[in-house]
Design a binder for this molecule. Structure first.
Ligand code: GTQ
Ligand code: FE2
Length: 369
């Protein structure tokens, strides 16, 4: 039962007050740019999150050909900056936002194309479903992008992308654009027209410094709001998942739940999330397993990396396969079922929710969604 449903004017008004008097008051309030709380309470302060964002699936089989067509028709360069096409949640009034806080886009770079350097306060990452041959130049450090890799572009670092091959490449971008938009905190600056480093090293300078497990360079100690390790390579993610499941099979506690291995990408200087506003994780489910139903404050975007399964979001089954992207809005009950072995990348706004002490969750068969 709702405890704060908006009361009607008639319920609240003193019986000696006429409709005419009340209507005049409301007209004058509107003209004075004032709004009475009692007409808005249910909308502004629901008993529990009532997300406007909707559960939604974008199919790779639809995303990719459209990005490819944009590649044929629309050039990339200074001004437009990126051939990135946002996934717009149908509940968010046509805004190009996947959730109220998170931007998700498919970005497409054709053969030999270059997306010029710029910087912005928005934090960004790329996750690579397939392909290779693009280097993203972050803070003048060229970083190879390959299948399964997570690449970071923390806020206010200059970044540009170049495809050095004769094949196109597309990937998933995640940013906090909607959050920055809501808070009027955006700054943006163009960089030079040409990339500041066009070399194509196997390993970025950031990885050479930071990609040694458990080891931090003493010259650079100190916590940072974003991870200095700009690339999280698939080789390491995969090895971590394989070992979790192997240890589980050997009888050691290592998985989130039976048959469900997961890793969180972390900032080596804090042990916390990779970006101030975005959490990133990778999940693997053994064939035939399912996660326990779960519901939490904050929104998530998932992409299927390999395999097939069913995302049950708010009680509705969505069959998903490689490349499909889907949204789990705040406080909507979610469970994942794996048909064959299922690998999933996930990003969320949990660092925002947690920093503001708004995190809550319900796990297991209980719950209200
Ligand atoms: O690659 O720099 O999807 O600035 C949106 C904004 C990608 C990028 C996006 C951006 C970028
Ligand atoms: Fe950017």
């Amino acid at each position: 039962m709702s405890t704060n449903a908006t009361s009607s004017i008639a319920d609240l008004a003193d019986s000696r007050v006429t409709d005419e008097e009340l209507n005049e008051l409301y007209a004058k309030l509107a003209a004075a740019n004032m709004v009475p709380l009692w007409t808005q309470l249910g909308e502004l302060m629901p008993d529990e999150p009532a997300p406007r964002a909707r559960p939604h699936v974008w199919r790779w089989s639809e995303l990719y050909p459209l990005a490819q067509r944009a590649g044929d028709l629309v050039p990339v360069g200074r001004g437009g900056e990126r051939r990135a096409i946002a996934l717009a949640n149908p509940g968010l009034d046509g805004m190009p936002f996947a959730t109220p806080t998170l931007w998700a886009a498919i970005q497409y770079l054709g053969p030999r194309e270059v997306a010029p350097e710029h910087r912005h306060t928005q934090n960004a990452f790329r996750f690579v479903l397939e392909g290779e041959g693009v280097w993203t130049v972050v803070n003048s450090d060229p970083v190879a992008m390959r299948r399964g890799d997570l690449l970071l572009t923390p806020g206010w670092n200059f970044h540009g992308h170049q495809n050095v091959t004769n094949a196109p490449m597309a990937w998933l971008d995640g940013l906090d654009i909607p959050f920055v938009h809501a808070n009027d905190t955006s700054f943006f600056e163009y960089g030079p027209d040409d990339l500041t480093d066009t070399s194509t090293p196997e390993k970025s300078r950031a990885e050479r410094l930071w990609s040694h497990p458990g080891l931090q360079p003493v010259a650079l100690l100190g916590s940072r709001p974003s991870s200095p390790l700009v690339a999280y390579r698939w080789e390491y993610t995969e090895a971590a998942l394989v070992e979790q499941l192997a240890l589980e099979a050997e009888g050691y506690p290592s998985t989130v739940e039976p048959g469900h291995a997961a890793v969180r990408f972390s900032n080596p200087t804090t042990g916390g999330d990779v970006l101030p506003t975005i959490r990133a994780e990778f999940h693997r489910l053994r064939p035939g397993t399912a996660t326990a139903p779960h519901q939490e404050v904050g929104s998530s975007v998932w992409q299927v990396f390999t395999g097939r399964g069913t995302a049950v979001i708010g009680g509705v089954d969505h069959d998903v396969a490689r490349g499909d992207v889907f949204v789990v809005p705040s406080w909507v009950r979610f469970e994942m079922r794996a048909e064959d072995e299922l690998d999933l990348f996930r990003f969320t706004d949990a660092p925002i929710v947690e920093a503001l002490y708004q995190y809550r969750q319900l796990t297991g068969q209980g719950g209200t969604a």
